[in-house]
Design a protein around this ligand. Structure first.
Ligand SMILES: C[S@@+](CC[C@H](N)C(=O)[O-])C[C@H]1O[C@@H](n2cnc3c(N)ncnc32)[C@H](O)[C@@H]1O
Length: 273
């Protein structure tokens, strides 16, 4: 069995999303899981993947150019989850082609600002080209890893992320660094793939599945523990398909692994140092 080191995971993830950014063509796109387009988190084209990775934005995406909507590689709608106000500072972890950053930038307006962080250089280039096309100047894209972000401490009101944290080898580091950059009272609004139940070490070692946003997904109990250990409170995890049921305190089912797209929220307490 191959051992996946954190460096190897970062390199393979970067290679996959770098290829997607470089090879993307508007006319070939249409959805995250479009036929014959391997530009998605999903990779394989089947009904379950289509359902898992469907963005299903309630937020208005009509005003965005095809270059942006065609590069949507998420698995949910963190924009609606975040319920942003004018004037906020927003950070998007793993911003890709920039779709959530542009929607956030429009909502926070000229008195707010949005920072997208992504470790893949050609994604940052793509996002900057998209920014020119969209014509918003309160967005900026920074190259960096979400485990150790080029972002000032205590400077951000809301962190968004869409189908990215599952790709990170060290999720505890992602949540620790998120806690660091948030202002006291700041919050997380994240869409991500998580599981109920644990993948076997063999399944975890499948690199193609990891870069396709499956094998890197953690059990909801471990995911919540990483958020809580970072210092967050008011943690909520809900299945996008069953949003009325709170899963943050649920136990794992050990005999079976259920993979789902989750809506995750949490708060950095006001008194936090
Ligand atoms: C599945 S795509 C999602 C892109 C975007 N959030 C969206 O919804 O379209 C994952 C993105 O996260 C970036 N990424 C993955 N792991 C990362 C890490 N550890 N640090 C920074 N960026 C990362 C990849 O480069 C890629 O652009």
């Amino acid at each position: 069995m191959i051992t996946l080191t954190p460096d190897r995971i970062h390199e393979e993830v970067k290679a996959r999303y770098g290829r997607i950014a470089e090879e993307f063509q508007v006319e070939a796109s249409g959805s995250c899981c479009a036929d014959a387009v391997d530009n998605s988190c999903c990779g394989e084209d089947n009904d379950q993947a289509v359902e898992l990775f469907a963005n299903l934005y309630t937020a208005d995406t009509e005003w965005l150019p095809d270059e942006v909507t065609g590069m949507a590689l998420g698995c949910g709608d963190p924009i609606t989850l975040a319920n942003l106000d004018e004037g906020l500072t927003v950070l998007d972890l793993g911003s890709g082609g920039g779709i959530d950053c542009f929607m956030a930038a429009r909502q926070v307006g000229p008195n707010g600002r949005v920072i997208g962080v992504d470790m893949t250089p050609s994604m940052i280039e793509k996002a900057n080209r998209n920014k020119e096309k969209v014509g918003l100047d309160n967005v900026e894209f920074r190259l960096g890893q979400i485990e150790d972000m080029p972002v000032e401490s205590d400077s951000v009101d809301v962190i968004l992320s869409n189908c990215v944290i599952n790709l990170a080898p060290d999720k505890a580091a992602v949540f620790r660094d998120s806690f660091r950059v948030l202002k006291p009272g700041g919050r997380l609004a994240v869409s991500d793939i998580v599981t109920q139940g644990h993948f076997s070490p063999e399944d975890k070692a499948d690199m193609a599945s990891w870069t396709g946003c499956i094998a890197g997904a953690d059990d909801v109990g471990d995911y919540v523990a990483a958020i809580r250990n970072a210092g967050f409170t008011e943690i909520s995890v809900r299945d996008k398909k069953a949003p009325d049921v709170e899963l943050a305190d649920s136990l794992s089912l050990n005999d079976e692994v259920r993979v789902f797209s989750a809506r995750v929220t949490a708060v950095k307490p006001k008194g936090a140092l």
